[in-house]
Design a protein around this ligand. Sequence first.
Ligand SMILES: [Zn+2]
Length: 586
Amino acid sequence: MHLFLAAAAVAALSFAASAGHAQTIYPIDRAEILAGARFDFKVEFPGLAEPSNLAVTVNGEDYLKLFGKRAAFIEREDGQDQSALLLRDVSLPRPGLYKIRASDGMRAREVSWTVYDTGPRRAKNVILFIGDGMSPAHRIAARLLAKGIAEGKSFGKLAMDDMPHMALVATAGTDSIITDSANSASAYATGHKSAVNAMGVYADRTASPLDDPKVENITKLVQRKLHMAVGIVTNTEIEDATPAAMLAHTRRRAEYDRIVEQFFAVKPDVIMGGGMANFLPRSAEGSRRRDETDFMARFRDAGYAMATTAAEMTSLADAPATNKLLGLFTLGNMDGVLDRKFLKGGTVGKFPQQPDLTEQVSAALKVLSRNDNGFFLMVESGLIDKYTHLLDMERAVYDTIMLDNAVKLARDWARARGDDTLILVLADHTHPIGLVGTIDDDMASVPNVPLRERIGVYARAGFPNYPAPDAEGYPPRVDVSRRLAIFSASLPDHYETFRPKLDKPNDPTVPGKSPGTFVANDKYKDAPGAVFRFGNLPAMIKADVHSGEDVILTAMGPGSDRVHGQIDNTEVFRVIAEALGLGRNE
Ligand SMILES: [Zn+2]
């Protein structure tokens, strides 16, 4: 109750503040806009406005002169006492500082935009690797397992670490210091900040998730300006936030049916991942669509080669005539590499022929490089995030190794071509996880004590005893006697077993008695050595949550020299735009 009252009070306060405040202008203050990139211009007035009293100027002149067309006046947005001006699909070809002032006759607001151009094109192709939720602890654990270590010295580097340029990237959004995968991927794809759950738009005040002011994204830009090919590759549902944000425009990432429609409208040359359920008509088995449209049929009719297994994908990619490829390998998310290759857990029994991310990338590179104009390819290792939410660190670390294998493959591919490809590797946000030591079943000095007492820290952590990795960098077993202790600082109530889950991914919570709450999953209560851990998050949160630290970006290839120091997530877009010369004045 107190919480509710506090929230209501805060809401009232912020409403008062915005009512006293003047209009909201999109793009927002301090937006950095690529010359020639398209966007929707919107002014939201706090109350009812009289059209004859409105004045909107850019650098002191009427906006009509700059944009060449008049905005639509919406008298009562969403039927409420609030007016707006909306002008879709404009662009600013000339670089410079723009001051936009909007007045309703009583109140005025001014924002500034910086429009930037670019030099000539330097990269033929761009590959953007995103480890969803990949945090420093994931990377270090992947290095320990895949490369090995003795006397404090690693036996090798991850491919993603072995790059000439590195930066820290800030991830906050327009509404919060903590970002989700939608607005963070959107910042990379558009160069504009957005809000949690939103992609390719500024989240406005209206209820519709599909009417928000849009900003143009990288896939549209490279298609429109350079006739490049586009590939979207993931191991999550293809409609999930990261892959969707490369091309879609919606304020609500859960709009999967609409996102599939936007995939069809954009027609990326390569689309690969899970998430077939929203491509199937409602009446088909396994469908999660709410209508009868058969997007498998529509993509096939549009000339796509269709793959649902690894073998089909590989043979279709090998066929020289294939230049459009749709690979959907599961109904929902695909399985992580630990389940696919070793444990056979998760949904591997149901979908035994899923490809590895490296095989997907290899197939994508074959198909995309058939376009002489080059390509933009986004590759996501998306389950790093989902496993970390579930506090399943072994699965998250194995999928980090898989991402690194995909990076190595792309690096070798680019090197063989004379390094004409900009390769970027980064996360979209962090999780608050840390590598604190090892868990040592055989800690001799403390016999017969709960597993918690066998967490080795400092000198006692020593080194883990995973078996030597296979050729792909995966130790064949995770249930070893001295294993990595990686803990999250954001916890729901749950039982900590201190052991890897060999049957299926960890499932720390179940719904509680009061609606919308979660409690510890009793499944793990009696596991030997398990302890109950009080959570430190509200009961409505079912799992670990994202954190707001900067993420690591490493880069190589033409244009990567812009990557250094500490940058904002919107600048990742600018690195790509510069490398491709996308803002070159024509
Ligand atoms: Zn997440």
